[in-house]
Design a protein around this ligand. Structure first.
Ligand code: ASP
Length: 585
């Protein structure tokens, strides 16, 4: 090797050793008689010191040609430093060089390779290989690596087998648009990239693999957000001969193991909450349980007192912000503006303060202190608290209330990144009505089974049918989800029919799976975790981008390699594709 040690490993105990280090120049300081080079690699930084009269003058000559990010090889002896630096692990020593070799010069990087960089997002993405030299980003990827190893260790111990499934497949119904790949050998035909390995993992259960997992790339052509990428990674898992309970146990175990191994945190058993309760109390199916502030329904108490807004509302909902009775007029006006923003879409906000002088509200004209007291009691408010009320149609009001709850949680400092609250949301509805398409959609995916006690409603009241489906939620983020599957051909056919697929279409798209069900399919179920999201959560970040080595930007572009890009006429011809571009204005 070109080096004997890394830039992060030498200590005072190595004093006197002759060593060879390789790395990049982090910084160079030239004081004339003394010159220092900070040499950096993945492992740390070591100071190289040249002193006039001690170091050969040729070394000074070489050193004065060096700039930031040059790649060097340095041979020298380890010496004790006079002024020590307790901020770095090698801060007690320095290298007195006898030889400096410039392995490769470097252009000045377009942004600072420091923890706090001056590079904006676009620049960092274009020069991602330089961005990856920064500690913060590199540490995220190392965290990701450690998480992947821990996942494999845990699942391996439980006899899970990692199997690779194909990337060139046909459409998988996870509800997003497919990325497609034209087939040269089959004119006019296309592969689809997997939105998940769903059907393959089910086929592996038919094959008797019993326990499968894969850390696998999935592809979904959706509009992008901070926590979405067109290609992302799942920890995809499937088990045979299990109940929902077994799956929840096994994978709660996985996540608790990860928290223990990676963060040294012992999480308590995960509470379970039904989808119906999650919607009722938190207005959303991925509740943030780092704080309570449940949504309380005041509709019956609030109606019938002459306040037109509440009288005409489908629901009147409240949350109680503990200790906020001292909110000023200005703060309340500002909150009212906040709920009126188009993203929230409410017309107004009603408040009730319970201060030392009793209960006071923005609707005192219509409600007596007795009325307000009833609201307060139901919302479990106490003196010193503030009630915030929204009203309107049920669905939109619950959603808005969920946002307001999160906002208040944020303002009150309840959403600390290093406080982890995990839970399971269970009993999801099997189907959801698609207004636009005027038909039922599978809420999870079409392979999810219905609760046996609800199957009889499939014909009469599909909306009431609950699925054997579950999500794991941590701090308001859905980190994983899955279901117990249908493993019976007739039932699967019925499900496709319910979803508006003709028998011909069902056969064309999923005939292979239904056929497999006729050759001895075991009862099975599984789950998939969003690995990028899980890593971001462990790393205390909101965006998954810096946990992916080479991510795409918000337009789905890789700005470093400049992709997607056009392909040549020859390639298009070979692929039997005639392209007419319609320029969008
Ligand atoms: N394939 C599902 C998904 O990607 C997960 C599962 O049901 O196991 O969400």
């Amino acid at each position: 090797m070109l080096r004997t040690h890394t830039c992060g490993e030498l200590r005072l105990s190595d004093k006197g050793k002759t060593v060879t280090l390789c790395g990049w120049v982090q910084r160079i300081r030239d004081k004339g008689k003394l010159l220092w080079i900070d040499l950096r690699d993945r492992y740390g930084i070591t100071q190289i010191t040249l002193e006039e009269g001690v170091a050969h003058s040729q070394l000074f000559e070489i050193a004065r040609k060096i700039n930031r990010e040059f790649v060097l090889q340095v041979v020298g002896t380890v010496e004790e430093r006079i002024s020590k630096n307790d901020k770095i692990a090698t801060g007690d020593i320095e290298i007195r060089p006898t030889q400096i070799v410039i392995l490769n010069p470097a252009k000045l990087p377009p942004f600072l390779i420091e923890d706090d960089t001056d590079g904006g997002d676009d620049l960092r993405m274009k020069y991602r290989y330089l961005d990856l030299r920064r500690n913060v980003v590199r540490n995220n990827l190392i965290l990701r690596h450690r998480m992947a190893i821990a996942v494999r260790n845990y699942l391996d111990k439980l006899q899970f087998v990692e199997v690779e499934t194909p990337v060139l497949i046909k459409s998988t119904p996870e509800g997003a648009r497919d990325f497609v790949v034209p087939s040269r050998m089959n004119p006019g035909e296309f592969y689809a990239l997997p939105q998940s390995p769903q059907t393959f993992k089910q086929l592996l259960m038919v094959s008797g693999f019993d326990r499968y997992y894969q850390i696998v790339k999935c592809f979904r052509d959706e509009d992008l957000r901070a926590d979405r990428q067109p290609e992302f990674t799942q920890i995809d898992c499937e088990m045979s001969f299990v109940t929902q309970e077994d799956i929840l146990d096994t994978f709660e175990g996985l996540i608790r193991y990860l928290f223990k191994e990676i963060k040294g945190i012992e999480l308590p058993a995960f509470p379970r909450i039904t989808y119906a309760d999650a919607m009722k109390y938190y207005g959303n199916d991925k509740p943030d349980l780092r704080f309570d502030m449940k949504i309380c329904d005041l509709t019956d108490l609030a109606r019938g007192k002459g306040f037109q807004v509440f009288d005409s509302a489908e629901v009147v909902l409240a949350i109680c912000a503990k200790g906020c009775a001292d909110y000023t007029r200005k703060q309340l006006d500002e909150l009212t503006e906040w709920v009126r923003r188009p993203q929230i879409g409410m017309k107004g906000l009603v408040w009730v303060k319970w201060s030392n002088d009793g209960l006071k509200s923005s609707v005192d004209k219509f409600y007596s202190p007795d009325d307000l007291e009833k609201w307060a009691i139901r919302s479990q408010a106490q003196q010193g608290d503030l009630l915030l009320l929204l009203s309107g149609p049920e669905k939109t009001t619950r959603k808005a209330m969920s946002e307001l709850r999160l906002e208040m949680g944020e303002r009150l400092g309840f959403r600390k990144k290093d406080n982890y609250k995990a839970l399971w949301v269970v009993d999801f509805p099997l189907l959801e009505w698609d207004e636009e398409a005027n038909r039922w959609n599978a809420m999870h995916h079409p392979f999810t089974s219905a609760k046996s006690e609800d199957i009889s409603f499939l014909e009469t009241n599909p909306a009431a049918v609950r699925a054997n489906a579950y999500d794991m939620v941590i701090n308001g983020v859905e980190v994983g989800g899955g279901s117990i599957r249908i493993h019976d051909r007739a039932m699967q056919e019925k499900m496709f029919e319910l979803l508006g697929l003709s028998p011909q279409e069902a056969k064309l798209k999923f005939g292979f799976l239904m056929e497999a069900f006729e050759y001895g399919a075991p009862p099975h179920g599984g789950i998939a975790f969003g690995f990028d999201r899980l890593c971001a959560l462990f790393g205390g970040a909101d965006s998954i981008r810096d946990f992916i080595a080479f991510p795409k930007n918000n337009h789905g572009r890789d700005v470093m390699i400049d992709s997607p890009s056009e392909i040549s006429q020859e390639q298009l011809k070979e692929l039997h594709i005639a392209v007419t571009f319609v320029k969008q204005t």
